[in-house]
Write a protein that binds this ligand. Structure first.
Ligand code: PLP
Length: 420
């Protein structure tokens, strides 16, 4: 037993050293500082087990990837079956998993969204959406939201709205104007007949989980229509059940011209992304079908997995589970906020995309460390470090949610005592 422990410690030290020397020294220090100095070894459902047998409750869900939890058996089975048959495409024959996934996405997405391009990540989906908007409109101007997060490739970063990630890489792609999220008036002023598209998250995730006023997305739709601009809705984080509806835009019955998906689409097993649009808009891709392409994009392994993931999301009513469990969690967090002596400024969100805003970045950081000590994985939102996001698997149980709530209450109390 002692030998085993020594072995685990040796492996842990080696991996951290490798991070320090070969991966990213800053990241290694950050993870250690937050108390995550365990090597992840295996995971199932909402539980991640470390090499040292420590078990964590996963409330970050890989930044929203694990809607189905870790290693959902139906998705793992689909992966195994496709892996043995043909994991990657020969690229010139017809590919059944790709075709079936595209047909399924047409079936489940709202309105006339019909054609899909399958890629490998959220940022890639955004790049494709921006290119399609330029091509379909012949225009080059975009309007996006301040504090938005759309990914970190150059085009996606240009659409994003936080200077700290953008400034070091300027000049970025020209033509992007940013306006405050949730303010229809500012959007109306920024959009013109030169605008190719407005790009928005239905609920801003990395900005700190910001739910817009109810009239915002309908107004955005109307403003785009008035100017012949397209509406791109980035559902990379909000899509596929996370917010308590299958798609975030369905809270307001707004249908985009282009939708982007990633994260949960991979069922917690494969990286995959997609941008989806209507037949009318897709026409511009027809003359040269290789105008936009990706070697790995749409590969059979990822598509077979995504198809199984979508089936599970619907069969197990994960949007409904997210709505119910999220409603309970939000209610309990509001009580915790009332009892927090002002440490929690606000709690907000929809479904199981919930943000807890603290009165400072530092306090939020300490609470994350307190949660780690109590074996709960959480993190702050990338564009607002004062907000801890809770994004657990959509099928997390009530008991597990209660454990998280208790860990949170204890962490807040501990940090308040520490700072008193
Ligand atoms: N769009 C949104 C709304 C996101 O939250 C993210 C990632 O967090 C992205 C795009 C980028 O996705 P990826 O990290 O897969 O490139």
């Amino acid at each position: 037993m002692a030998d085993d422990q020594a072995q685990v410690q040796q492996t842990t030290d080696r991996v951290i050293e490798q991070y320090l020397h070969y991966v990213n020294p800053g990241l290694a220090k950050l993870l250690k500082f937050m108390g995550f100095d365990t090597i992840e070894a295996e995971a199932y459902g909402a539980v991640v087990r470390g090499l040292d047998d420590r078990e964590f409750l996963d409330c970050l869900g890989g930044y929203g990837v694990f809607a189905l939890g870790h290693a959902h058996p139906k998705v793992i089975a689909a992966a195994h079956a496709q892996l043995e048959r043909m994991p990657l495409s020969a690229r010139v024959l017809f590919d059944q998993p790709l075709a079936e996934l595209a047909a399924k996405l047409a079936e489940i997405t709202p309105g006339e969204l019909q054609y899909s391009f399958i890629c490998n990540s959220g940022a890639e989906a955004i790049e494709g959406a921006l290119k399609l908007a330029r091509l379909a409109t012949g225009r080059t101007q975009f309007v996006a939201a301040l504090e938005a997060f759309h990914g970190k490739t150059l085009g996606a970063l240009s659409a994003s709205g936080r200077q700290v990630y953008k400034a070091p890489f300027e000049p970025l792609v020209p033509g992007f104007t940013h306006v405050p999220f949730g303010e229809a008036k500012a959007l109306a002023q920024a959009v013109s007949d030169e605008t190719a598209a407005v790009i928005l998250e239905p609920i801003q995730g990395e900005a700190g989980v910001i739910v817009p006023p109810d009239d915002y997305l309908p107004a955005a739709r109307e403003i785009c229509d008035r100017h012949g601009a397209l509406l791109i809705l980035d559902e990379v984080q909000t899509g596929l059940g996370r917010t308590g509806e299958l798609f975030g835009c369905q809270h307001w019955q707004v249908i985009p011209d282009i939708m982007t998906l990633a994260k949960a689409l991979g069922g917690g097993v494969m990286p995959i992304g997609a941008f989806i649009s209507t037949a009318r808009i897709w026409k511009v891709m027809e003359p040269n079908p290789l105008l936009h392409s990706s070697t790995f994009g749409g590969n059979p392994l990822a598509c077979a997995v995504a198809l199984a993931a979508v089936e599970v999301i619907i069969e197990e009513d994960l949007p409904g589970q997210a709505a119910r469990t999220g409603g309970y969690l939000l209610g309990e967090l509001l009580k915790l906020a009332d009892a927090s002596g002002g440490a929690i400024k606000q709690v907000r969100g929809k479904g199981l995309l919930i943000g807890i805003e603290f009165d400072s970045d530092d306090f939020a950081g300490l609470v994350i460390a307190g949660l780690a000590q109590r074996n709960v994985i959480a993190a702050y939102t990338l564009n607002n470090p004062r907000v801890i996001r809770l994004e657990p698997p959509l099928n997390i149980t009530r008991e597990q949610i209660d454990q998280v709530l208790q860990a949170l209450a204890e962490s807040i109390k501990q940090m308040q005592e520490l700072l008193a």
